[in-house]
Design a protein around this ligand. Structure first.
Ligand code: CO
Length: 134
């Protein structure tokens, strides 16, 4: 069911420092910071030959990643995103297998303007999994 690894999202306490680390130390191609108010984050996209890393910093007072930084003050991997061909088929298959979909179970438009869902980390080896319709 799952296809390509679309991205790995890392929440960081200092976006400029994290960007410099990936650009200067790791030699990666990085984007300018992009504010995504609808998602409560500012994102820097790290472009790799086969996938992306997204460096996320909280934006606004109600950012969904702010709590993560309290628990993980130096940052950490927040979620991984797999592509699926049909997000509703994927959801129905996973729910039938007993997996929990976060929120109301309906796909939302994600950071790439495509439908996404998040799966409960307790059902997936302690990892928050995002599914994005390719
Ligand atoms: Co994501």
């Amino acid at each position: 069911m799952i296809g390509k690894l679309n991205h790995v999202a890392i929440v960081v306490p200092d976006l400029a420092a994290a960007t410099a680390l990936y650009r200067d130390t790791l030699g990666a191609t990085v984007s300018a910071p992009v504010d995504q108010p609808a998602h409560g984050v500012t994102v820097v996209f790290v472009e790799l030959p086969n996938t992306k890393v997204e460096l996320l910093a909280p934006l606004g007072d109600t950012s969904p990643v702010a709590k993560f930084l309290i628990t993980n003050p130096t940052g950490g991997i927040h979620h991984i995103c797999y592509e699926v061909e049909d997000i509703l088929v994927a959801r129905n298959t996973l729910q039938a297998a007993g997996a929990r979909v976060l929120g109301n179970g309906e796909p939302k438009i994600g950071a790439h303007d495509k439908p996404v869902l998040f799966l409960h980390p307790k059902d997936f080896l302690g990892t928050l999994v995002e599914l994005e319709q390719a």
